[in-house]
Design a binder for this molecule. Sequence first.
Ligand code: URA
Length: 410
Amino acid sequence: MLAYTRDDVPDYQMAAFCMAVFFRGLSDAETFALTDAMVRSGETIDLRSQLGRTVVDKHSTGGVGDKTSVAVGPIVAACGVPMGKMSGRGLGHTGGTLDKLEAIPGFRIELSHEEFVRIVRDVGCAIIGQTGDLVPADKKLYALRDVTATVDQLSLIASSIMSKKIAGGADAIVLDVKVGDGAFMKTLDDARALARTMIEIGRRAGREVVCELTDMDQPLGRAVGNALEVREAVATVRGEGPPDFTELVLASCAHLLALSDLGIDRAEGRRRAEAAVADGSAHAAYERWIRAQGGDPSEDALEQAPVVVEVPAPASGWVARAGAIAIGRAALHLGAGRRTKEDDVDHAVGIVCLAKRGDRVEQGSPLAEVHARSEESARVAVDEVLAAYELADEEPPTRAIILETLTAAG
Ligand code: URA
């Protein structure tokens, strides 16, 4: 990996390696060896010794409407546990946390190493872009996988994600593995296999890993689109978020607090996270964090799209489906995401899913809201959103947001 990073191993040889792994897979020991080699390809950060604390981190494999880190960071910080996180940008129909944070006017995602550590120490939360020196092998390998159709391989995905978490200095990691049509992992079995592989890498690297398998058949929460998602994350930090997103945020906080050095269990972690939301300390932590990174935390500062139109239900019935990938693509076409790495993101646009699976709607009542730059792009998005919804005569079975939780113990 080091030789590949230094250009001593040519792309054609590494492409052959990726293709071999794609078809043959890797054992647990080989997957760990690959992860370890990727970690060693660049600098590593030892936040633990710089802060004198156990450092926790969370990571999601990516989905539509996933703004969990923006809400979890300040809640955990308000409970006295530092979270210093490096995030990525989105590509395709899943937006990245950095794009969402950049919807906040003034927010700086590039901080020096010293500033990052100082903000995590003084404020309890900082989220920045991954520096070029951290796991450079992954950056190069991911680009190669992308053009050789070898992204979608369990050991390659697991080593890519875990190398960045390990190099970033986290002692304990909560991983959110999304399952469903809007996720990398389409089935629960595939998600379980990825989760087990990442837990095993963590065990071999001496890091504690908890994996939540969560539903990505429909968007998480209601908002899809950068400024809209920040608004929803802030509402959730104030206790006014949608039920599925609130549940995932509080459950993730409970895991993180239980894995921290507070010496509490998950039930106490949940109680403290709920209390921080209820007494306003989580919102105060959000404002401190955003200001510390140069941003304006007031909601009025977030850009609003000039055109907002409702998507009316074509008939009365129960929402049987609000397809994640179709809604994600509609948001992408509005400009909320990027098709190529060079594309700019329009922070104001997106979709708010007012009705979700299991909701009863009457004909003409709003299924969703489209936030667009122009009347024309809004019209296209309305049709796309309508096609993403499926209405049924009967109430569909309920499905919890958290499908399973896996730990090293089983
Ligand atoms: N996310 C990553 O960071 N790497 C992968 O390979 C897939 C998802």
